[in-house]
Design a protein around this ligand. Structure first.
Ligand code: F6R
Length: 243
């Protein structure tokens, strides 16, 4: 595993954006696996800046997002599709037809998951997967205890996760109870993985995930078994982490 420790969030975001840029330049028709959450926002801002400067071209890029709330439409401002449009897709020259997020409105759970796996495979898999890291070690919506062999599936959100995300909704009742997520198996099939972490609150879980035992209790610990993982973080998140 490679580790890049930057002074702060801004510089960590630049490192992550540089890795994504390199991927897009080396393989213009690559498949990017993308994440939502607060951590990658700075990375996406950098990519937009470099696109605006003329340094990056996303016209042939395809993207596949990790997860989506079940029941939210793309127009709902809490949906992950809305997030991606707002924080990246609307500001670069990616063709929206080439961007994929699980279909939150598909009522048939099995179909939604099967369709998404088909999309991943039809595109030859993910070249570079971006991940954030939950405080409990979750990746995507794969919470502690998730089986490593799962592909895209529907999860019932834990009360903790719903409470944590309630700040984005008018009330806790509006927070969806289920979500579609790529499973650990789907994530592990990406050719390369970049995990971005920032802030002191992630410090403990980074150590557990990358230096502790590999266990479904810390879903991100499975990444220790992947042969091309890059961890990008700021000093606060990586303090005391072996480099
Ligand atoms: C986002 C996702 C989540 C986040 C994680 C960290 O698509 O799947 O696993 O990456 O919850 O979120 P932040 O970056 O907000 O700390």
């Amino acid at each position: 595993m490679r580790v890049y420790c930057a002074a702060d969030y801004y510089h960590a975001s630049r490192v992550a954006a540089n890795i994504i840029s390199a991927q897009v330049i080396m393989k213009p028709d690559c498949v990017l696996g993308l994440a939502t959450g607060s951590t990658p926002i700075g990375t996406y801002e950098q990519l937009i800046r470099w696109y605006e400067k003329g340094d990056l071209d996303f016209s042939q890029v395809h993207s596949i997002n990790l997860d989506e709330y079940r029941g939210l439409s793309p127009e709902n401002d809490q949906s992950y599709r809305y997030f991606m449009n707002k924080h990246l897709f609307d500001s670069i020259n990616i063709d929206k037809k080439n961007t994929f997020v699980p279909d939150g409105l598909e009522p048939d759970k099995e179909k939604a998951c099967r369709d998404y796996e088909d999309i991943i495979h039809a595109h030859g898999g993910v070249d570079l997967q971006i991940l954030g890291l939950g405080h409990n070690g979750h990746i995507g919506f794969n919470e502690p205890g998730s089986a490593f062999e799962k592909e895209t599936h529907c999860v019932t959100l834990s009360e903790n996760t719903r409470q944590a995300n309630a700040r984005f909704f008018a009330s806790i009742d509006e927070v969806p109870t289920e979500a579609y997520t790529m499973g650990i198996k789907s994530i592990m099939q990406a050719k390369k993985i970049v995990v971005i972490v920032s802030g002191e609150s992630k410090n403990e879980i980074v150590k557990r995930a990358f230096t502790g035992p590999i266990t479904p209790e810390v879903p991100a610990s499975v990444l220790q078994l992947h042969n091309d993982v890059t961890l990008v973080g700021d000093e606060a998140a990586l303090a005391g982490f072996p480099r």
